[in-house]
Write a protein that binds this ligand. Structure first.
Ligand SMILES: Cc1cc2nc3c(=O)[nH]c(=O)nc-3n(C[C@H](O)[C@H](O)[C@H](O)COP(=O)(O)OP(=O)(O)OC[C@H]3O[C@@H](n4cnc5c(N)ncnc54)[C@H](O)[C@@H]3O)c2cc1C
Length: 469
């Protein structure tokens, strides 16, 4: 992949969606063309000066008319524009497919004028494109010297990094969620020096993506009931079974996998082992599952006598439940903290939209947004308290992560419900980020352990109430 595409895309991560959709769908094409040209004129003036190569001037085109699009590329290239945004899936806008000959003149003029085509892959529901974008961003962080913050820095420094990148509107970790935020931290905390050297640098460089193979049909909340079995055969485990809801499995290189190595163990928690499984091993079938929002971000994974080297085991054989608790404490305790900052930013945006569209006049809505602001402020303080505790106790977050996960997932859902009240009928428009994010917020009270399970943990481990059977 040409890295220039990523650079260009990072300049204006959300703008291409805006121009692609808003202008292409506009009824008055004359006005739409005037808008496109006005934007490009402003952009040439603002960015085509001497930025020392740090900025890539990026123009937009009238997507709806190929001749106008070609003319606009020529006009802008002559004035120093280096790149153009292009819709990743023109058919979504009712335009011919990228594979049809329709777009040939566009690609030809780009080639002739040296204009880089920036496909807006950042919001893609296509997982390979998503991976390319997320890993491209991670690579840039690595090259800029920021990647080490994930494991070499203290929990407090990591929190500051997450807060600042989120505040700056930097891209989300996306496909690197598992590798950076819970498999990587688990390997860092529990792996051998050889395992750390093998697996951590490629995650930091954005070269390798991890997925999580914990849940199974019949073993979600009751994870310790998992049945995928691993039988030792020489220097490998032979793994057979099925996983489900495996996020990013379609594009992952590695899977943090839980297997049953001792079916006779006196308790179901004791016969489990934590393995790192290479996703290209023979015997693995990944069947993507489509979500309500249209993406195939998770999958069913079928394992048929997959050989996983014994040296890929993290922790001892049958000691996997303890290692799993480390993984889950990172997943629930710190993996979502950057999102709290994002939610606070979104809340500010929502208040501004409400002021513009008049819904701010409703005192009930104002109170609702005010209460949410207080809720996210409290969540942020809770994050800080959890991180301070983790720092004092060796870096692994404690059961307080469940309090955070419980409150955060509900607050996030309330935020998007409030957004729907502010946006009115626009909240049903699937082309808008708000709408897709509202749909995905529904999954937050399920993923990484349901709210009921978090409540059980809080009751038993923090409040000391009797254990459920
Ligand atoms: C967006 C998303 C991404 C995910 N990504 C992954 C992934 O990458 N890897 C992975 O392994 N898994 C993943 N999961 C799966 C997730 O961990 C499980 O869905 C979750 O643990 C719940 O398990 P389940 O779906 O089997 O529901 P069940 O366990 O069958 O639960 C059904 C209902 O019963 C309730 N319940 C169950 N037991 C109890 C109890 N003891 N007390 C009270 N109530 C109870 C639950 O709260 C829930 O409401 C993902 C899920 C989502 C939504």
């Amino acid at each position: 992949m040409d890295l220039n595409h990523v650079e260009a895309s990072l300049c204006f991560p959300t703008f291409p969606r805006f121009c692609g959709q808003t202008f292409a769908e506009a009824h008055d094409k004359e006005v739409a063309l005037a808008c496109v040209r006005a934007y490009n004129d402003w952009m040439v003036e603002e960015w085509c000066g001497d930025s020392g190569g740090r900025l890539i001037p990026l123009c937009i085109i009238p997507l709806w008319d190929i001749d106008l699009a070609v003319a606009e590329i020529r006009r802008n290239a002559a004035r120093g524009v280096k790149a153009v945004t292009f819709s990743e899936i023109p058919t979504h806008l009712g335009l011919p497919s990228i594979h049809s000959g329709y777009w040939d003149p566009f690609f030809a003029v780009c080639q002739e004028t040296g204009t880089v085509v920036n496909m807006h892959i950042g919001s893609s529901s296509q997982m390979p494109a998503r991976r390319a974008y997320d890993c491209g961003w991670q690579r840039r962080l690595y090259d800029a010297g920021y990647a080490d913050v994930h494991w070499d820095a203290s929990p407090t420094q990591r929190l500051i990094f997450l807060e600042e990148t989120e505040r700056a509107g930097a891209p989300y970790v996306g496909a690197n969620f598992v590798g950076l935020l819970h498999a990587g931290p688990t390997v860092a905390a529990e792996g051998t020096p050889e395992q750390r050297a093998r697996w951590l640098p490629p995650v930091l460089r954005g070269d390798e993506v991890w997925c999580q193979g914990f849940s199974e049909p019949g073993a979600g909340s009751d994870l310790a009931s998992l049945r995928t079995k691993a039988v030792r055969d020489g220097d490998a485990y032979v793994v057979t079974g099925q996983k489900i809801w495996t996020s990013h499995a379609e594009v992952a290189d590695w899977c943090e996998l839980l297997v049953r190595t001792d079916p006779e163990a006196p308790s179901k928690h004791r016969g489990i082992t934590w393995l790192a499984m290479p996703m290209d091993a023979p015997g693995i079938t990944v069947r993507p599952l489509r979500t309500l929002a249209g993406s195939t971000e998770f999958a069913e994974v079928f394992l048929d006598e997959v050989r996983v080297p014994v040296e890929n085991r993290v922790g001892d054989e049958n000691d996997g439940w303890r290692v799993t608790m480390v993984t889950l404490s990172f997943e629930r305790g710190t993996a979502f903290v950057g999102e709290v900052v994002a939610c606070r930013r979104l809340l500010g945006e929502l208040a501004r939209t409400a002021r513009k569209n008049g819904s701010w006049d409703d005192p009930v809505l104002r109170r609702r947004l005010g209460r949410l602001a207080a809720e996210f402020q409290a969540l942020w303080r809770l994050v800080q308290a959890n991180v301070s505790e983790a720092q004092a106790t060796g870096g692994v977050p404690g059961a307080g992560g469940s309090v955070f996960k419980l409150h955060y997932s509900h607050a996030r859902q309330e935020l998007y419900e409030a957004a729907a009240a502010v946006l009115g009928p626009d909240a049903l428009d699937l082309g808008r980020d708000w709408t897709l994010d509202r749909l995905s917020s529904l999954s937050y009270t399920i993923a990484a352990g349901t709210s009921q399970i978090q409540r059980n943990i809080v009751a038993e481990r923090i409040l000391g109430l009797p254990k459920g059977r």
